[in-house]
Design a protein around this ligand. Structure first.
Ligand SMILES: [Zn+2]
Length: 312
């Protein structure tokens, strides 16, 4: 089953040539999750063939326009497409108030489908869970309340070996008990569960950290993950400005990745003042070699063996 990250926008503040504002699709076991929805996200979804009608959960990291201005248009399109499935939006509670106010550009009551809101919590905690996945918030350091999101795959059910079923002539009840993790007892002899079940692949993980100043407390949340997306709005020559506006430099993003021992870093949310992104990469690599640049349309598949397949 798949675990895939697709970048729809890689620029900060304003859309730039070939660099739209932040939006990413995280697909886990064929279920797509949208993180942030900057201006132009719908265009990018069409350009990169995202089946946006399948999205049931949208996560908005914070209420700066470059991370959610596309949401109004997307909701309007869902209405025009006669969507009837419920949609859940995870965000700062101010977004719900905004959408329910008399000045809202969207009338929720007229959409034709339910929109549920989940308020992002003050402290880091799990906000979404299903059989395959849990999503936990990560507190970031920005001018307003801002959350990152940690996507962690779950192990799923144990698989019992066919050889074990045949060898011990297991009944349905015994199979269910072994799949639940129990040892097997036959004629008083204990057969350990690990001798009956197949080794599960280790869970895959991805963290989205945007927007934030250099903030070491996030390291504990993202230790050893497969892939970290960390904003890198500025190059080193703008270190002071980055601190002033609570964003990170490329080197700071790479330092976080190195200290957290992640397998791969992807940097994005670039300032429009950066025209040659290869300069960013050249700054990051001496600090953390496994760094790649976010690029609109880029996908990264994390395989079961934890290999990363990058496709432009
Ligand atoms: Zn921001």
């Amino acid at each position: 089953m798949n675990f895939k990250i697709q970048i729809l926008g890689s620029n900060s503040a304003i859309p730039y040539f070939n660099r739209f504002n932040t939006a990413q699709i995280i697909t886990v076991h064929n279920e797509p999750y949208l993180i942030d929805c900057g201006e132009g996200t719908q265009i990018q979804m069409r350009r990169y063939a995202v089946k946006y009608s399948k999205i049931n959960n949208i996560f908005i990291s914070h209420l700066h326009g470059d991370h959610y201005f596309g949401l109004f248009g997307l909701l309007s399109t869902y209405k025009l497409n006669s969507r009837n499935k419920a949609l859940t939006i995870y965000s700062d509670p101010k977004l719900e108030k905004m959408l329910k106010s008399e000045f809202s550009p969207i009338n929720l009551a007229e959409l034709g489908f339910d929109v549920f809101f989940v308020n992002l919590p003050k402290n880091d905690q799990v906000i979404f869970e299903n059989k395959h996945l849990s999503i936990k918030t990560i507190n970031l350091k920005h001018g307003i309340d801002t959350k990152g999101f940690l996507f962690e795959e779950k192990n799923g059910d144990l698989n019992i070996s066919k050889d074990a079923i045949l060898k011990y002539k297991l009944s349905i009840d015994q199979i269910l008990s072994v799949k639940a993790g129990n040892d097997l007892v036959i004629n008083g002899k204990v057969i350990p569960n690990k001798n009956l079940t197949l080794k599960l692949p280790s869970p895959r993980s991805f963290a989205f950290c945007s927007d934030t100043a250099y903030h070491e407390p996030i390291i504990k949340s993202i230790k050893n993950i497969d892939l970290l997306y960390h904003e890198a709005t500025y190059c080193q020559d703008n270190t002071e400005k980055a601190a002033e506006v609570l964003h990170s430099t490329v080197i700071q993003a790479a330092t976080i990745a190195q200290k957290a021992n992640v397998k791969q870093l992807i940097i994005g949310h670039f300032s429009s003042s950066i025209t040659n992104l290869n300069l960013c990469l050249a700054e990051a690599k001496p600090v953390f070699d496994n760094t790649i640049l976010a690029k609109d349309g880029l996908t990264i598949e994390i395989t079961r063996k934890h290999e990363l397949i990058v496709t432009e």
